[in-house]
Design a protein around this ligand. Structure first.
Ligand SMILES: *Cc1c(COP(=O)(O)O)cnc(C)c1O
Length: 386
């Protein structure tokens, strides 16, 4: 596709997909693929789920967009459901993960301006990923993403993930926020230690700083809980979500508790955020997850996958570890992971990498056990052929 007019920003597989049903994708030749990428944790209900299709059809024929100068029922209902299922009381709606992070960064800076002299510092984690806009990029602890685009926003400081002494030595009353993924996604599916998150909570309280969790990838059911922070027993002041929130339709959100709720009219905004169509689709997604049994079944499927992958680890030395939570699973390998991904692709299984050495499994949350068997059969075949 070198003749394409699309800007050269991705290393794409040489394939054009045309349609999808559930966990299956079909290319323009009609070839069937098993999708364990789910649009990078977006298609939580698989492709073309009837509830999502219905929500798009019905809402788009009623009202798509009106601007945030007016109220709309769907945005209000969506925010209510998010708050009633979290420990937060206000929601800012946007269109993507990075926009949720930008909203969080701005909210933190305003909180700092209100609560102290020169309270501007934001602490972020090495090996993290928070998005591609300049604010989110400034707190993304991976030089390969940052280097070309400097100067980034000032007063940001990185610490080593899960390193208690490092954060203790850097946090102060000049800190307005600490931002962390409870499970690092792009960095290699690496969960934070519970004790570390508890320490962050204590340090933030002691220094009057906001604790921000980026749950863009690990939130909205991926871990088996609607919010990943519930699995860790540590409540952040701000949670950013996106990806699975729209099940394939673009939407993002930032949730804040009362302490962090410092925005006033004019402080922040966006044109599309929470429009009736996006919010309507999100309502349908949450209804499936919460009320129609999808969330409740993640645990069982997760156990099934972990058991099978751990058995493969016993059998093949090339698998270093099986880690993650729910259906956010990573297996670091001792070999060239690109080769494994490509071989799986040749065998009609879609997988992606995370970090330098890890294969990432992200099936839709409503995947069935037969599909898990099939995917892991292909994965084993590829591993065995190395
Ligand atoms: C994907 C991702 C983002 C960025 O989301 P976009 O919708 O691509 O802007 C931010 N944080 C995490 C943890 C992500 O996985």
């Amino acid at each position: 596709m070198s003749e394409s007019y699309l800007m050269n920003t991705y290393g794409r597989f040489n394939i054009v997909f045309e349609k999808g049903i559930g966990t299956k994708l079909y290319d323009t030749q009609g070839e069937e693929y098993l999708d364990f990428v789910s649009g990078v944790a977006v298609n939580c209900l698989g492709h073309c789920h009837p509830a999502i299709v219905k929500a798009v059809q019905e809402q788009s024929s009623k009202l798509m967009h009106i601007s945030n100068y007016y109220w709309n029922e769907n945005a209000m209902k969506l925010s209510e459901i998010l708050c009633k299922n979290s420990d937060h009381s206000k929601v800012f709606l946007c269109n993507s993960g990075t926009e949720g992070i930008e909203a969080g960064i701005k909210l933190a800076r305003k909180y700092g301006a209100i609560h102290g002299e020169d309270k501007k510092q934001i602490i972020y984690m090495n090996n993290s990923f928070h998005g591609r806009t300049l604010g989110a990029l400034s707190v993304t602890g991976q030089p390969k993403y940052q280097e070309t685009f400097k100067p980034l926003i000032p007063d940001v400081v990185s610490v080593n993930f899960n390193d208690e002494n490092d954060i203790k030595s850097k946090i102060s009353n000049k800190t307005c926020a600490v931002i962390i993924e409870p499970i690092q996604g792009e960095g290699g599916i690496i969960p934070a230690d519970k004790e570390y998150l508890k320490l962050l909570r204590e340090l933030c309280d002691k220094n009057d700083a906001l604790l921000i969790f980026d749950e863009v990838q690990c939130g909205i059911g991926r871990t088996g809980s609607l919010f990943a922070y519930k699995k860790f027993g540590v409540v952040p002041d701000i949670v950013c979500i996106a990806k699975a929130l729209g099940g394939g339709f673009p939407i993002g959100a930032m949730l804040a508790n009362e302490r962090a709720d410092v925005f006033e009219p004019g402080d922040h905004g966006n044109t599309y955020g929470g429009n009736p169509l996006a919010a309507g689709v999100s309502l349908a997604v949450l209804n499936e997850l919460i009320n129609n049994g999808v969330l409740q079944n993640v645990e069982e499927k997760s156990k099934y996958m972990f058991t099978k992958l751990n058995a493969l680890k016993e059998k093949y030395e090339v698998i270093k570890e099986v880690r993650g939570m729910g259906l956010l699973i990573g297996t670091p390998l001792k070999c060239d992971i690109k080769a494994v991904i490509n071989k799986c692709f040749e065998n009609k299984l879609l997988l992606i990498t995370a970090g330098k050495d890890t294969i990432r499994f992200l099936p839709p949350l409503n995947v069935n056990l037969y599909e898990i068997d099939k995917a892991l059969e292909i994965f084993e075949k590829v591993i065995a052929s190395l």
